[in-house]
Design a protein around this ligand. Structure first.
Ligand SMILES: [Mg+2]
Length: 229
């Protein structure tokens, strides 16, 4: 969860921004001015709540996610949701809509930490996607991120994780960081999830520190403003 929140805060300033000339995608300050949590964080908490009340049952998980997404999004209505998700949130409609935006993947990390088998992990990731991202690409995005987290947690090597993701989901995982870095903004699952997994699994130690060191204690003193009044 902490990793998901840090990623959300570090990435929020790039959302909706096209190619940024001169930006080194491997070396930039994580916490820039106005870095704040967004819908990624809010809905990760919603998934976590749904997991805790569904006891590993995928049908209960789908129902709990539907309810918790609406509850959390109504509590934090200006956290940066996509237009269709926002409309769905404020409707009484419980029917799924077939988004393939990367929202299903950005909120799924708690699932990757909750089960002891890959099958359960992928099954529950699918259940978390269905209320709003029932398009096959939306489901695939959620399942692949949860599976990558599960495999990393179980000590699999980066190349084993990429192999599984390529075989199970068909994403091209052969690309290098230099092939995908700083190519612009794409909010679809298929246009961002494989890139994210490649970045995480091909990471290297930074050549030099990029900006001031951040500790948990320092983060506690750098509270970002809440997105809602
Ligand atoms: Mg966001």
């Amino acid at each position: 969860m902490i990793g998901a929140i840090i990623g959300d805060m570090a990435g929020c300033r790039f959302e909706n921004h096209p190619h940024q000339p001169g930006l080194d995608p491997l070396d930039f300050p994580l916490f820039a001015e106005r870095a704040s949590f967004t819908d990624d964080t809010v809905l990760s908490f919603a998934v976590c709540e749904a997991l805790m009340e569904s006891s590993g049952d995928p049908e209960r998980m789908q129902e709990a996610c539907c309810r918790r997404f609406k509850e959390f999004a109504r509590k934090y209505p200006r956290a940066g949701y996509g237009r269709r998700f926002r409309e769905w949130t404020f409707s009484s409609d419980a029917m799924p809509f077939a988004s393939f935006g990367n929202g299903s993947a950005m909120r799924v990390s708690p699932v990757g930490w909750s089960f002891e088998t890959l099958e359960e992990t992928e099954c529950m990731a699918r259940a978390s996607a269905l209320p709003s991202h029932s398009h096959p690409e939306g489901i695939k995005g959620a399942c692949s991120v949860a599976a990558a987290i599960f495999l990393a947690r179980k000590g699999k090597r980066p190349e084993e994780i990429r192999d599984h993701i390529q075989r199970a989901y068909g994403y091209d995982m052969e690309r290098r960081l230099s092939d995908i870095g700083n190519t612009g903004f794409d909010s679809t699952c298929q246009g961002s999830v494989p890139q994210a997994i490649i970045c995480a699994s091909r990471r290297q130690a930074p050549k030099k520190p990029s900006g001031p060191p951040y500790s948990c204690a320092a983060m506690r003193t750098r509270r970002a403003p809440l997105p809602d009044p």
